[in-house]
Write a protein that binds this ligand. Structure first.
Ligand code: SAM
Length: 214
């Protein structure tokens, strides 16, 4: 299968699985193409601009944006989701698609960090948490100079100001910030570069998942 066929087959598998297991709020082909596949690819230039090497997609859900990005770049990828049924489905998708560059972890991100410390050139996250929390979660996974690529929708100014006030202490600097206004949706891709280790001992967080899928 070529890349286009792989992305479509992945979506077919997601929609099929979603009939029996709730893995996404999106249940139509057109919405899936737009809100999962196309939206995942919005961050492709940012991943291509990251240093060479593997990336981790944290809180991957049905595999977005991790699977489309792994297909398009051919980079090695680790998709992390601690909900076991989602991780099992991710395993089955990856197997069915024959994606040898993609591995799955069913651990919590905080636990996977111990095993994969400093291993990733980039970390992607969509619809997982607030920016400051993403910065904490991704820090141990990133290699020095690695990029945290955050897919945000509309963001309260307060969230951004808070995250930016922490960037130095958390060992980051803002690399890029791009807003895409497509159709009726706003997508903002914020990239933070890891420039050092955090100056704070980071607390262990619980329950990061957002209520809304996107
Ligand atoms: C709202 S969904 C987003 C899924 C996908 N990234 C997307 O945009 O469609 C958030 C996902 O993160 C997972 N998750 C939340 N907290 C996590 C944690 N601490 N460790 C691993 N996975 C987590 C949840 O199981 C859920 O599948």
């Amino acid at each position: 299968m070529n890349a286009d066929e792989l992305l479509k087959r992945h979506l077919e598998l997601v929609l099929e699985a979603n009939k029996t297991t709730n893995i996404t709020a999106i249940d139509s082909w057109d919405d899936g193409m737009k809100l999962h596949v196309e939206d995942s690819l919005v961050g492709l230039p940012e991943l291509e601009a990251a240093p060479a090497g593997p990336f981790a997609d944290i809180g991957s859900g049905a595999g977005y944006p991790g699977i489309p990005l792994a297909v398009m770049t051919g980079r090695e990828a680790l998709l992390v989701d601690s909900v076991k049924k989602k991780a099992r489905l991710l395993e089955s998708f990856v197997q069915e698609l024959g994606l040898e560059n993609v591995a799955i972890s069913d651990e919590r991100i905080e636990d996977a960090s111990r095993q994969f410390r400093g291993r990733f050139s980039a970390v992607t996250a969509r619809a997982l948490s607030k920016l400051s929390v993403l910065m904490e979660l991704a820090q141990p996974l990133l290699a020095p100079g690695g990029h945290l690529i955050c897919y945000k929708a509309r963001m309260e100014e307060e969230e951004l100001v808070h995250a930016l006030s922490l960037q130095k202490r958390l060992g980051y600097r803002v690399k890029s910030d791009r807003t895409i206004d497509a159709d009726d949706r706003i997508r903002r891709i914020i990239v933070l570069e890891k420039v050092g280790e955090p100056a704070l001992k980071l607390p262990r967080h619980v329950g990061y998942a957002q209520k809304r899928p996107l």
